[in-house]
Design a protein around this ligand. Sequence first.
Ligand code: GCU
Length: 424
Amino acid sequence: MRSYILALGFLLITYFVKGQAIIEGISYDESKVPDYVLPELLTCEDGTKVTTVAQWEQKRRPEVMEYFASQEYGRTPQDKIAVTYETLTENRMAMEGKATSKQVKFTFTNGKNVVEAILLMYIPNNRKGKAPVFVGYNFKGNHSTTLDTTVFYSPSFYFVKSPDHPDWKRGNQMNRWCYDKIINRGYAVVTMCYHDIYPDKVEGLMEHSVSSLFPSYDPNSTAPDRWGAIGAWAWGSSRIVDYLETQDWVDLNKIAIMGHSRQGKAALWAGAQDPRFKVVISNDSGCGGAALSKRVYGENIARIIKLFPHWFCPAFQQYADNEAKLPFDQHQLVALIAPRHVYVASADGDWWADPKGEFLSVYHAGPVYKLYGLSGFKTDVQPDIHKPIMMDVGYHVREGEHDVKDYDWERFMDFCDIHFNKSE
Ligand code: GCU
């Protein structure tokens, strides 16, 4: 028995360092972070130094956008896709009368193929005028975010996973959606299952994805800049904003996007492309999100494209085990969102997502914020746990694992309170 316990202990120590599984090729050793040089934010390809907002917006910013479109997420097609909205339910007495809940079905079509998605909304009743809104995808269906039995299964359920699957039960992810706290603070929150927009499967289920609706659609395309799932999710969040623009209860100057993990990656890319997102929040987004790729700490490019090749464009593959060659890095993605506000959150136990690398991206985006006369971080020293920084950009690291906790939401709302009240 004793030797059995010793063997088990040895095994656990071998496979886990502080709770992180040891995976070949993955480093959690700060001393092994290479001496990297981050690509210059404010120097154009032709060597011109950027000293004005006009130069940034007209010359350098388009160059930086082009890196992400041509080499990481792929190019977002610009064709307009027809959509209709059908209100399925509206309940003015939701959450014991505190909120109005609403479910609206989006039907996207190109005349041949149809993709359906359901947006679930909670809107505070006790408000003066229009409401600020958080837009965010959920992972396991709208019904997983609440015990409310009137909330429908998301359309993607029936082909991605059966709603009876134990992981996908009603209310299973409600710990990530503190609707009560959000409504109490006067915010509306709208959510959709990300699979409705692009089912997250390596093998594609392409006919169910919005990609299939575009004229350029070719499921076998290997074009280097062919957009991937992250691009499609970002596109979908902009379509949610299109719908919000039809609603008189929405304060269009106060729309925030919040994404966790893979959706934190998509939220940053959505924020870079769509100026209607006034605050962009990335929670534990890690590799391909807020974390600097060139640190090669935790999840790296080789690993992410091995498991999730469909998230990125084919050109990204050239940087597997070759981060030093990247002509851009993720701090530039944050900078693309300026002068709008970005908030990045990490969890200290989430080494996979490289909390320090997530913080440094925001720090290194600072020069672009400064160009606009706004405040970036003063120091590149990561703050302690539960010591959020709230400038024109923000950051916190929370205790615990990879997840979305009430603590995270509370800080997101603090940050939005600061910036949304300013714009009144
Ligand atoms: C995996 C993946 C991460 C991603 C995460 C998630 O862990 O490697 O890149 O952020 O899933 O989306 O939960």
